[in-house]
Design a protein around this ligand. Structure first.
Ligand SMILES: [Zn+2]
Length: 293
């Protein structure tokens, strides 16, 4: 192999694994979708199974990082993973644009758009590739819950804030995508992601059960509640993610133990809400049930 070819491949692999190529890391998205699957109604489970690609082997969670894998191939989809805000407020009409000024090209617009597309499931028209719509939607509902996916434009959602996670050099965005989750899995769950999922699920049915109603509803419903999820994330980013995480700081036990509960709750919320959105799309009876409760 020539040196140039080698360098080219090496650089491509560096780019592909660069931290900003991630959303929640693979584990975060897997957990969100695994939790969602538990709350699917029968009709939803059937529709999801019908739409999943063969490679998923019947499991939505296995394709929940697909949108990250193809984002350099589908370049137009790159801005759909996040929203940048100019300060600690988020406004759809001001912030939901790509860099060409096209409205709706952000994570909230994407959730609304793919929800709308999936509503055509069962129509004879095949206007959309609903398999891709489902994989995009499942991923973006995860992303909008990662606080730094609705972070500040000035630091690209924490990507330009270089920190040490214990002794390792990384950036703040990556801490929230991956490091907090991986450290928790290693230290508390014997490196077993399924144990962490089970623990979050136990919290949904016990610790957070009083809050589920609140998670399922929102003030400004426009197609979905995604706009409110983004407001929550922006708030959490400013209040917790950026706090005590200046350029070149070292983040260790204090930061880890105080932020882990937030990460776990956001993963739980994303899972419950993804199931709710899909149940509303594929099983109309659910909408009534939720509104009357
Ligand atoms: Zn993403």
């Amino acid at each position: 192999m020539g040196l140039l070819v080698f360098l080219h491949i090496f650089l491509l692999s560096v780019i592909a694994t660069a931290p900003w190529a991630d959303a929640w890391g693979k584990h975060g998205h897997f957990m969100v979708c695994k939790i969602a699957e538990k709350y699917f109604t029968e009709k939803t489970a059937k529709a999801v199974l019908d739409l999943l690609p063969k490679s998923a082997e019947g499991e939505l969670a296995s394709v929940c990082s697909w949108a990250d894998e193809i984002r350099f191939h589908y370049r137009w989809s790159s801005p759909l993973h996040y929203i940048n805000t100019p300060n600690c407020t988020y406004k759809y009409s001001r912030d939901c644009f790509n860099d060409r000024g096209q409205e709706g090209m952000c994570v909230v617009g994407a959730i609304n758009n793919y929800t709308e597309q999936l509503r055509s499931y069962g129509d004879s028209s095949d206007r959309y590739n609903l398999t891709e719509s489902l994989m995009f939607l499942a991923h973006f509902v995860g992303d909008v819950h990662q606080p730094l996916h609705v972070g500040l434009e000035a630091d690209e959602g924490g990507n330009t804030i270089i920190v040490h996670w214990y002794r390792r050099k990384t950036n703040l965005h990556h801490v929230w995508d991956t490091e907090i989750i991986d450290t928790a899995t290693r230290d508390f769950y014997d490196d077993n992601i399924n144990s962490m999922i089970e623990s979050i699920q136990r919290n949904i049915t016990n610790g957070w059960s009083d809050e589920i109603d609140h998670w399922e509803n929102c003030h400004n419903k426009y197609k979905t509640c995604a706009n409110d999820y983004a407001i929550e994330s922006n708030h959490l980013a400013c209040r917790y993610a950026y706090k005590d995480a200046e350029q070149d700081s070292t983040l260790a036990d204090d930061y880890f133990f105080s932020r882990l509960p937030i990460v776990e709750e956001r993963i739980a919320q994303a899972g419950v809400r993804l199931a709710l959105i899909l149940n509303r799309i594929f099983d109309g009876s659910v909408d009534d049930m939720i509104q009357s409760s």
